[in-house]
Each structure stands twice: as structure tokens, then as C-alpha cells.
Design a protein around this ligand. Structure first.
Ligand code: AMP
Length: 219
């Protein structure tokens, strides 16, 4: 199964992608995670990406495409993938079409996670992430998010402290939502026109969202 998750920051793309990955084994490919990893490792590419990320702007298309191309070329993506955060504008959607055509792996569906803006701000300010395994929590909605440490059993006796992302601060959030509306939202029409778009009501509790997500994708 080859999926793209579309939706504003905070709409739950990462959470749902991780759940689907855990259930099906299909890898979640998050452009944001790939970029944050490059920044953390201090690579040349990470250094070039950092300022845009800190400001809530999009990183240039060539940097992100390079990361995505490399990731999609790894063996575990041969049987499918859940793209989370890519594409983010019309040019990236065109580049992805081309890349997937070259690989002979067209998309099966694009899932739009729909949720109103007020809820997004609350979700983003409450979001906490495990710096080690990437598991996402929320201080408002998940019991474990209120604790300070990750609850993923893979960590053993000394689980890492949860962190707030630098770009989940309120001033940066406003810009990220603006960028989404201006640059990413046009992709809804792009994929609708190709008959690929499925919409999920992402304002519901997590389990209900996941049930809808599974239903519309046939996962
Ligand atoms: P995310 O984790 O998806 O919210 O992404 C965090 C930040 O990484 C975004 O605010 C952008 O600065 C950058 N980013 C992630 N994905 C992309 C993309 N497809 N194109 C450009 N920038 C991206």
C-alpha cells in the first residue's frame, strides 16, 4: 500500500501513520523526521535546512526531494510506504509523481486529515515527542503525555524524557499554519482531480480517527 497523508500541522498525520505502521509493518516516511534527524546529526543538508524549519517555513524542494528519494529507495519501502509531510506544495507533488513513475510504484490513495484550526493550535502546543523513538504524545489528550518519559517498552529501564519541538511554540505555529493554507492546501484539489483523495474527520478521538482511516484506505 502506497499512501500520502495530507493535512495541516497538528492534524494527526504522524500519530495515525505510526499506528498504521505498527499494525501493517508498512514504513512511515516523515519528511519532518528525516529533516530533524539531518539537523541533529549536523549534516551539510541539515545546516541548510535549519533556518527555514526554525521559522516554520518550507525547506527548499531539492533538499527534501533528495531525502525522500533516498528513503524510498531503501528495501523496506519496496512493498509500500506511508508518506507523512511530503509533498507540501504543488512542485513537490509533481516531483513525487515523477519519482514514483520511475520506480513503477504509483500512489494508491491520498488521505486528507480534516480538523479545524482552533483544535490544531491546542494539539501543537500540547505535543511532546520521544527524541529517541519518535513516538508522539499530547499533554491534553494522552495520559502518558502528562508523564515526562516515553512509555514505549523498547527503551527498557531508562526511557528518554519527552521533548517539545522548537517549532511547536506559538509564534512559529501561526506561520506553519499560514504556510499550510497557502502552499499545501492546493494539493487537496490536485489529488481530488486524480480521484485519489479520501477524507477522514480527524477532529475525533484517536481511535475513531484510526478506524475511519483504515476504512477509507482498506488497510
Ligand atoms: P513536520 O514535522 O512535518 O511538521 O515538519 C517540520 C518542518 O520541516 C516544517 O515546518 C518544514 O520546515 C520542514 N518540512 C517538513 N516536510 C517538508 C516538505 N515536504 N517540504 C519542505 N519543508 C518540509
Amino acid at each position: 500500500m502506497r499512501l500520502v497523508l495530507l493535512g495541516a500541522p497538528g492534524s494527526g498525520k504522524g500519530t495515525q501513520a505510526q499506528r498504521l505502521r505498527d499494525q501493517t509493518g508498512i514504513p512511515q516516511i516523515s519528511s519532518g523526521d528525516l529533516l530533524r534527524d539531518a539537523v541533529a546529526r549536523g549534516t551539510e543538508l541539515g545546516k541548510r535546512a535549519r533556518a527555514a524549519m526554525d521559522a516554520g517555513e518550507l525547506v527548499t524542494d531539492d533538499i527534501v526531494l533528495g531525502l525522500i528519494r533516498e528513503r524510498l529507495g531503501r528495501p523496506d519501502a519496496a512493498t509500500g510506504f506511508i508518506l507523512d509531510g511530503y509533498p507540501r506544495n504543488v512542485a513537490q507533488a509533481g516531483a513525487l509523481d515523477q519519482l514514483l513513475a520511475d520506480l513503477g510504484q504509483p500512489l494508491d490513495a491520498v488521505v486528507l486529515m480534516q480538523v479545524d484550526e482552533k483544535a490544531l493550535v491546542r494539539r501543537l502546543t500540547g505535543r511532546r515527542t520521544c527524541p529517541d523513538c519518535g513516538k508522539v504524545f499530547n499533554v491534553y489528550s494522552s495520559a502518558s503525555g502528562k508523564g515526562e518519559r516515553c512509555d514505549n517498552p523498547v527503551h527498557g529501564a531508562e526511557p528518554p524524557l519527552l521533548k517539545q519541538r522548537d517549532d511547536d511554540k506559538e509564534d512559529v505555529i501561526a506561520n506553519r499554519l499560514k504556510v499550510y493554507n497557502a502552499q499545501t492546501a492546493p494539493l487537496i484539489e490536485h489529488y481530488q482531480g486524480r480521484g485519489l483523495l479520501r477524507t477522514v474527520n480527524a477532529a475525533q478521538p484517536m481511535d475513531r480517527v484510526f478506524a475511519e482511516f483504515v476504512k477509507v484506505t482498506g488497510a
